[in-house]
Ligand binder design. Structure first.
Ligand code: NDP
Length: 481
């Protein structure tokens, strides 16, 4: 895996350049612990240069483009992503430890976001408002200006697609700070955007540490909107920084999402979803279905069937494309193992086995199903962000809703039941930004608005809804008599 660009450079104003400090950081392959590249350690001066380039782009070629022209660039970018699909998948897989099939899925999603927002760019309209005699009143949807995007390491391409795609479609100029563990595909994307004809400065990428480049971006007075995906603790800091400059912020902060299985559920259909929603991307998924709530009569049967599935999961270095790869970093592995130390032996209902011969330096954690745990226990409340699920029994519908809504989060929920009335009741009562009925994740759902309530964050990305988030509304009242 050798990128076609120099990953130790920043991408600012349509050009590759070294960061102001000249310092670089290692890129570690999570499958074996080996260094595979260096990235720039961007800082405040680089962020400032990126914001200036973005501001100039808005005042220049980029700002002068029509919505249709912006859309065509995104459509060309979508095709370029597909043309380079295998290189991007290999790069992501080596960088963050994603099994190849999952990395290829992320590339497809990135292309689809560019296609969706490319097609949507010239479909966003204002409205006319009936008003007093002698007036014509209408609204204009305008870009915020320079938008700051802070992206985590778990789904870099998907989150870049949903956030940068919508921001560019609506005419903003973007400064992107990828996670230090996952910069390669962000830089590749910027280069493909250049090839697609995106004017200089419309997209700038500044890798670096969160406390340096990230904090500088959130504090920069030239940034007029912030989009953040990551932890609650950092999200809180981002929101405080946004408040200082009075800018809107979209926060997507993960969750502890329940999958609720009633006694009348089609278990054969549900089972693959129940397991996959916990182990996809080694459980490092904001919308992981990590709490499985099961009606008590079905508990033992479901526990046995899940145990069988989990024990059969294959685990291997990302390039070997098993169901489960390593976690992104030694630090993330330590976080997950720290959680698992809280579990008593009788609370481990099932655990996959790490195969012999895994590379020493890799960050492997075998998937686990926990049980015999109260719904209030930290293992059933906190986001673990690893391949760990917890099985919790419930008595009836009321009990299921109480437990499902009983965390500080509210990102996604699913209901598995044959009873249509129950599906509708729960869809209304569950505290979540998305509810899935007899499915989970809806195949990525580029078109489906996504975001949380409570500590899962606020604001919506994905779908057409994101176009509203990345614009501000102006009302024009013309008095013509
Ligand atoms: P963070 O929330 O700290 O990182 C997310 C992004 O924020 C990264 O780009 C990071 O940069 C950046 N960042 C960090 N500090 C600041 C700051 N002060 N100002 C601005 N940006 C900043 O998550 P971690 O990577 O530390 O992971 C810790 C936990 O967070 C995980 O165990 C998981 O529970 C949760 N998480 C949730 C995600 C989700 O999708 N909801 C995604 C990732 C993590 P850098 O990485 O370079 O420091």
């Amino acid at each position: 895996m050798t990128p076609w660009f120099d990953p130790s450079l920043l991408f600012i104003d349509g050009q590759w350049r070294a960061c102001a400090s000249g310092e670089t950081l290692p890129v570690v392959n999570p499958s074996n612990g080996e260094d595979i590249a260096r990235i720039a350690r961007g800082g405040g001066a680089d962020v400032d240069a990126a914001v200036k380039a973005a501001t100039a782009a808005l005042e220049g070629d980029w700002g002068a483009m029509t919505a249709a022209e912006r859309g065509r660039i995104l459509l060309r970018l979508s095709q370029l992503v597909l043309d380079n699909a295998e290189a991007l998948a290999q790069m992501e897989s080596a960088d963050v430890g994603k099994p190849l099939t999952q990395a290829r899925g992320d590339v497809t999603a990135l292309a689809r976001y560019c296609e969706f927002y490319g097609g949507a760019a010239d479909k966003l309209t204002g409205e006319t408002i009936p008003f007093q005699q002698g007036f014509t009143v209408y609204t204009l949807r305008e870009p915020h200006g320079v938008t700051g995007h802070i992206i985590p390491w778990n789904y870099p391409m998907q989150i870049i697609g949903r956030s940068i795609g919508a921001a560019l479609a609506t005419g903003n100029a973007c400064v992107l700070k990828p996670a230090e563990e996952a910069c390669l595909t962000a830089l590749a994307f910027a280069d493909l955007a250049r090839q697609a004809g995106l004017p200089a400065g419309a997209l700038n990428v500044v890798p670096g540490l969160g406390a340096e480049a990230g904090a500088a971006l959130t504090a920069h007075p030239g940034v007029r909107h912030l989009s953040f995906t990551g932890s609650v603790a950092t999200g809180r800091r981002v929101q405080i920084a946004a408040a200082e400059n009075i800018v809107p912020v979209t926060l997507e902060l993960g969750g502890k999402s329940p999958q609720i299985v009633f006694g009348d559920a089609d278990l054969d259909k549900a089972l693959p979803f129940l397991v996959n929603a916990g182990i996809q991307n080694a459980g490092q998924t904001c919308s992981a279905g990590s709490r499985i709530l099961v009606q008590r009569d079905l508990h033992d049967d479901l526990a046995a069937r899940m145990a069988e599935e989990i024990s059969a999961l294959t685990i291997a270095p990302a390039g070997e494309d098993a169901r489960v790869g390593p976690l992104v970093s030694a630090r993330q592995k330590a976080i997950v193992e720290g959680f698992l130390e809280q579990a008593r032996p009788d609370q481990i209902l099932a655990r996959a086995e790490l195969p012999e011969g895994l590379p020493e330096g890799g960050n492997y954690v075998a998937p686990v199903l926990l049980g015999n745990i109260g719904a209030e226990h930290p293992l059933a409340q906190d986001e673990i962000f690893g391949p760990v699920q917890v099985l919790i029994p419930f008595e009836d519908e009321e009990d299921a809703v109480r437990i499902a809504n009983g965390t500080k989060f509210g990102l996604v929920a699913s209901v598995w039941s044959a009873d249509g009335g129950r599906q509708m009741r729960l869809a209304k009562r569950l505290k979540a930004g998305q509810v899935f009925l007899n499915n989970y994740g809806a195949a990525g759902g580029v078109e489906l608005p996504f975001g949380g309530v409570g500590h899962s964050g606020h604001g919506r990305e994905k779908g057409f809804e994101a176009l509203y988030a990345f614009t501000t509304l102006k009302t024009v009242a013309a008095h013509h008599g």
